[in-house]
Design a protein around this ligand. Structure first.
Ligand SMILES: *Cc1c(COP(=O)(O)O)cnc(C)c1O
Length: 367
């Protein structure tokens, strides 16, 4: 079937990024595939990451982990957003490790037979997930009914090299490891680093790194760390759409809802067959599409299913032509970074929110 839009997912780029991150960290790599693999496709990326050398997969939800197992993933999987009342039975049955961040969860999971595998999550200063006020009590808890495989925490500002909070979080993590050791629990796998820390902070590597955004070939923070190219990473997703319509319009034409833009001179506009229903941010201004070797900026507001670009009066583009919405930038295309900038957002949100109506096309098939 012919699509009106598609996200092309380059699995060679994924493999290349995984190799680079493994070579950088020199330890096991947990490929973060939560949120439909940041919009790239949970199962396809999970299987491709396994094939490309990832040692673990990491997800937020238990459902995501179960889906990976159902599709044949064999490497260990950690799910870290598994609140009390979750189906811990299924987790154990599918050989899925779960993060424990509260005494309530520990108690619940301890009811299961066969010592379920857990990773203790500690809050070292981000003030989000992980043990904090219950920590002292945790040190007195009964761990005999579980297998404590790992201990981990998460950085809040790893993209800011030299930031004191990173050192504080690292110190706190080491302290928690020692305190746990003192009560006889010494988890095999200690893990702290996300993508930014993997690239910037070798002191925080421990036994495994958890990489998301960099594995998808995007920079954790373009301003602080430079873009994909600077980091040697290859963007995995290219987003394309068709021009639904190309037409000539006179100067002074108000474009789109609210007439927020008016053409300055006679021009050709292109109606792109994607909108905010597909994850194109409604507020995006300053991004656009790439066609005929040049950039054509958005004009007017993004609608639900379509947005309008200014092609210029001499454009040779036709209705039905493909345009690149974002890509790796090597030919001058807009990038996911550009779209983040244009939307008061970041590349993470741009790729992750590409909607389910947009088919993901995988090339090449490496699994
Ligand atoms: C999302 C997430 C990561 C990956 O972060 P990136 O910045 O994309 O590398 C790692 N660890 C945890 C706990 C996460 O939630």
């Amino acid at each position: 079937m012919q699509h009106r839009a598609e996200a092309r997912i380059d699995l060679f780029a994924l493999a290349s990024n995984i190799s680079i991150l493994k070579a950088t960290s020199q330890v096991d790599l947990l490929a973060v595939v939560k949120a439909d693999a940041y919009g790239h496709g949970l199962v396809e990326i999970g299987l491709a990451a396994e094939k490309s050398g990832a040692d673990w997969l990491g997800v937020a939800l238990l459902e995501e982990a179960i889906s990976l197992r159902a599709h044949g993933v064999r490497i260990p999987i950690l799910a870290w957003l598994v609140p009390p009342g979750s189906d811990f039975d299924s987790a154990a049955k599918h050989d899925i490790d779960v993060a424990v961040a509260s005494l309530g969860t520990l108690k619940e999971i301890s009811q299961l037979p066969n010592k379920p595998r857990i990773h203790i999550e500690v809050d070292t200063g981000m003030t989000r997930g992980g043990f904090l006020d219950e920590w002292d009590e945790l040190l007195k808890a009964d761990f005999s009914k579980v297998e404590v495989v790992g201990i981990f925490s998460h950085f809040a500002r790893a993209d800011e090299a030299g930031q004191q909070q990173n050192l504080d979080q690292l110190t706190e993590f080491k302290k928690k490891i020692e305190q746990l050791k003192a009560v006889g629990i010494n988890p095999l796998i200690k893990h702290l680093s996300n993508s930014a820390a993997t690239l910037l902070d070798s002191d925080s590597t421990f036994d495994m790194v958890r990489t998301g955004i960099a594995m998808y070939g995007l920079s954790p923070d373009v301003k602080a760390m430079g873009d994909s190219k600077k980091l040697g990473l290859k963007p995995v997703m290219q987003l394309r759409a068709k021009l639904h319509l190309v037409k000539k319009v006179p100067a002074g034409s108000p474009v789109g809802y609210g007439a927020t833009a008016v053409t300055e001179k006679e021009t050709k506009i292109g109606v792109v067959a994607m909108g905010y229903a597909d994850g194109i941010p409604r507020i995006a201004q300053g991004a656009g599409v790439f066609i005929d070797g040049k950039r054509s900026p958005i004009i007017g507001r993004v609608s639900m299913d379509q947005f309008v670009v200014d092609l210029g009066v001499s454009s040779t583009a036709n209705s039905g032509d493909w345009v690149v919405v974002f890509g790796d930038g090597s030919h001058g295309e807009y990038t996911a970074d550009d779209w983040g900038n244009a939307s008061l957002s970041i590349n993470y949100e741009i790729v992750t929110r590409i909607g389910p109506r947009v088919p993901r096309i995988y090339a090449p098939h490496v699994y």
